[in-house]
Design a protein around this ligand. Structure first.
Ligand SMILES: *[C@@H]1O[C@H](CO)[C@@H](O)[C@H](O)[C@H]1NC(C)=O
Length: 117
């Protein structure tokens, strides 16, 4: 019994060590323009993300960088906006520029993992 618990603990540690991203969610692309909820203009690289209102946390996470991962590709985006209709905390809207670095814009709706970096 003790050894089984040890094995489970070791397995849990292995899984935790591999899966480092804090969030998993549905990602779509959206038209960015003007000033997002965060209140700053679109950065020149246009690599921005809108995050769920609870994670946006009244703007506390504005300007932070998030690394978004999809099928072996990653892109770093700046928190620029919030979206209050997301179902899951990990759901995001990416700018077209950012989304197109992960997959085709025609592929509308992908499951991503992401984390603040
Ligand atoms: C994102 O930024 C982090 C921290 O600067 C860096 O380690 C990582 O390589 C970057 N990822 C990409 C995809 O540029």
């Amino acid at each position: 019994m003790v050894s089984m618990i040890s094995a489970i603990t070791a397995l849990a540690l292995t899984i935790t060590g591999t899966a480092s991203a804090a969030f998993t969610g549905h990602a779509q692309w959206y038209f960015t323009g003007g000033v997002g909820f965060c209140g700053f203009p679109l950065p020149a690289n246009k690599l921005v993300v809108a995050i769920a209102t609870p994670v946006y946390n009244k703007g506390v996470n504005c300007g932070r960088t998030a690394q978004v991962n999809f099928q072996g590709k990653s892109v770093n985006v700046t928190v620029y906006d919030q979206n209050n209709v997301f179902v899951n905390q990990g759901d995001i809207d990416l700018s077209q520029t950012a989304y197109s670095q992960l997959t085709s814009l025609d592929n509308d709706g992908i499951t991503v993992t992401w984390d603040f970096v």
